[in-house]
Design a protein. Sequence first.
Length: 289
Amino acid sequence: IGEDSAAFELGKQKLVSWVYFGVVLGVVLFILNVVWIDNSTGFGKSFIDTVSNISGSPEVAMLMLILIFAIVHSGLASLRDIGEKLIGERAFRVLFAGISLPLAMSTIVYFINHRYDGSQLWQLQGVPGIHEAIWVANFVSFFFLYPSTFNLLEVAAVDKPKMHLWETGIMRITRHPQMVGQIVWCLAHTLWIGNTVAASASLGLIAHHLFGAWNGDRRLAKRYGEAFESIKKRTSVIPFAAIFEGRQVLPEDYYKEFVRLPYLAITALTVGAYFAHPLMQGASFRLHW
């Protein structure tokens, strides 16, 4: 069996590690602000302007921003084995995050600022029940976060980053939960916004995550060999397929694999993010990206 995902034991946590995490997070955000976000010192606006001016189309700019991020993000992920051997796990994680984070933020801010540009394809925002259905879909999509995302100390390279072989929790439903969650998020937002910019963003993000699913399986097979092939037989890419086919048998107390602090934190953050939408929109608008 693979590793138990979303496991968090308070007794095993070290206060010094979380203090260090806070310091690292503060330093990273400070550098990100100076080097990328602040229009007086950073390169973020210049980067967005350069991409936007290539065609003048917000749909094309949206796709190009996603393509640039996808090439860098998936490219570095594919080079992880080589990079970790050359500079070590922690240094490679810092390099990976240091390049990916500004590109991801630029893509998100551009989408927020230009989400209502382009041509309107449909208008369903006034249809009764649509808002509630979209809210539920978005809420559910965040429960399909990849389990490694929960390992904050590894994400920040406080603990040595590892390539995990997960199998419990959300992985029993789908072997690529981040891909599934992204597809649900994209479909929900495209249905709500209903224009060509939202459609182009969804097209790019879904394509990137479909490639990521294939690339992730390839990398795990290369790293773990027979152990991954064994887990692959018990899981599926399509949600619930392995369960319906009898290849994955859920334990009687399956719900306990979700009644854990990381999922409780995701619940709180997802609800908080919904109410924080005006703040995110206002902050993005002030950047004029």
